[in-house]
Ligand binder design. Structure first.
Ligand SMILES: C[S@@+](CC[C@H](N)C(=O)[O-])C[C@H]1O[C@@H](n2cnc3c(N)ncnc32)[C@H](O)[C@@H]1O
Length: 195
């Protein structure tokens, strides 16, 4: 794969998986790269995406490996078992759905489970601009170093509408306690552990 900002943060997201987790859900799984990494930890993984094209690629890439259960579906129309998943991940997908979807993901977490959102935000402040400018040379250097290593992901992309401040405010309404921090490559990490 070519350098991908979401893949760059896989290691960080995997470190948030609670010990002895058995079940995981990856929302907006794209071609399934992160969902496959979760199955490598020995978990049963459900992976959902409404794009038939990416689900086809995901299934093809996972054949014969006892991989994730891929489902072509819109997460907002998917019935999730309550208190079920030990880990739920959303990699660059929460801005494709109303932010309120976080409430159904929160409810689907088992006690002690973790919701990890690697999100995209709309730049609106001078601080956003400064971070963005800082990311440009790092991005160029990594892309150069990884040039020729494959095609970019075919997963659908969308411009984020919410600013970081709006995300923090909305998350505060839906989650009792959470951590939110800005990451270098135009992303933030929001992590919530259910009591
Ligand atoms: C930028 S891509 C990220 C894909 C993947 N998570 C990755 O890291 O490569 C966003 C994904 O969210 C998916 N998506 C869009 N609307 C969705 C919805 N309603 N429910 C679940 N996933 C959705 C898109 O089809 C797309 O594959």
């Amino acid at each position: 794969m070519a350098f991908d900002h979401n893949d760059h943060y896989h290691g960080m997201l995997l470190r948030l998986v609670p010990r002895e987790s058995r079940t995981a859900l990856d929302v907006g799984c794209g071609t399934g790269r992160f969902a496959r990494r979760l199955t490598e930890l020995g978990m049963e993984v459900d992976a959902v995406d409404p794009s038939a094209r990416v689900i086809e690629s995901a299934v093809a890439a996972s054949q014969g490996r006892g991989g994730p259960r891929f489902r072509c579906a819109d997460i907002t129309e998917t019935e999730l078992l309550k208190d079920h998943y030990d880990y739920i991940s959303c990699l660059a997908s929460i801005h494709h759905v109303p932010f309120g979807t976080v409430a159904m993901l929160r409810d689907a977490l088992a006690p002690g489970g973790v919701l990890a959102i690697l999100g995209c935000y709309r730049e609106s402040t001078l601080a956003d601009l400064a971070w963005s400018l800082a990311a440009v040379p790092a991005n160029a250097a990594v892309r150069l170093a990884m040039a020729g290593r494959g095609e970019p992901s075919p997963a659908p992309v969308r411009q984020p509408q919410m600013t970081l401040a709006e995300i923090r405010q909305e998350a505060g309404v839906l989650l009792p306690v959470f951590r939110l921090r800005r990451l270098l490559f135009w992303r933030y990490l929001l992590a919530y552990r259910k009591p």
